[in-house]
Design a protein around this ligand. Structure first.
Ligand code: CA
Length: 235
């Protein structure tokens, strides 16, 4: 289940958004001022943040900049009542991924948020590292223990979703949504097939070392999969 943080001081707007998002099956946290919003954002517990610019305490640009400076790349959708190019540039400049001017229709916000959840943050660091595994999203290049592993685009995307949440079990339904853009209740066979192909490929670089076990992908039976990072082999 995706988790959304809404940082917005207009109580009527936040309750409309909360109801809408919860009806879609999202988990929702709400903060009504910049300081509380920043505190919640820094927990890193959210899949996306809807962040108003005009906030008491700390404005949205400051919140966004501080979150990025802390090395967190949660996708951020900025909201503002001001409609100027300057604002938009500033929002994107501080590390926001998308921008929506008030008043907006709920359907537009919902669509933009869905898109953000699907593609993740644009400002995400180029490289994902999990133990001896390195993923370069730009080039879709994958190496383990320094050896290059050729992956298909879907294999790469699947592995990247798991590697960004090391140790966390991701359900097959969530993988269907995030990697294939399919409803969570679709046939999970496509996920299973890709995971078993990935397992084979990921073992290749370490097969000949003394330490042959070290599987990266673990099955949580009946639930999904998690990636457990393995340290580089010691000689
Ligand atoms: Ca506001």
């Amino acid at each position: 289940m995706s988790s959304i943080l809404i940082v917005e001081d207009e109580v009527s707007l936040t309750s409309v958004l909360r109801r809408g998002f919860e009806a879609e099956g999202l988990r929702v946290d709400v903060a009504h001022d910049g300081h509380e919003g920043l505190r919640l954002a820094l927990t890193g517990a959210h899949d996306a943040i809807v962040l108003d610019v005009m906030l008491p305490g700390l404005d949205g640009h400051r919140v966004c900049r501080t979150v990025r400076a802390a090395g967190l790349w949660t996708p951020i959708l900025m909201l503002t009542a001001r409609d100027s190019e300057y604002d938009e540039a500033e929002g994107l400049d501080t590390g926001a991924d998308d921008y929506l001017t008030k008043p907006f229709s709920y359907l537009v916000l919902q669509a933009r948020l869905r898109a953000l959840l699907r593609r993740g943050g644009a400002a995400r660091p180029a490289v994902v590292e999990a133990g001896d595994l390195v993923l370069e999203p730009g080039s879709k290049r994958c190496t383990r223990a320094g050896a290059e592993i050729p992956l298909t685009a879907k294999e790469f995307d699947l592995l990247a979703v798991l590697a960004r949440r090391p140790g966390v079990t991701v359900s097959k339904g969530a993988l269907l949504e995030e990697v294939w853009d399919l409803p969570a209740d679709s046939d999970p066979n496509v996920v299973e097939v890709h995971v078993s192909a990935l397992r084979r490929k990921l073992q290749a670089p370490v097969r000949d070392t003394a330490d042959t076990a070290r599987p990266l992908l673990h099955t949580a039976r009946g639930i999904g999969y998690r990636l457990v990072p393995q340290p580089a082999a010691t000689p």
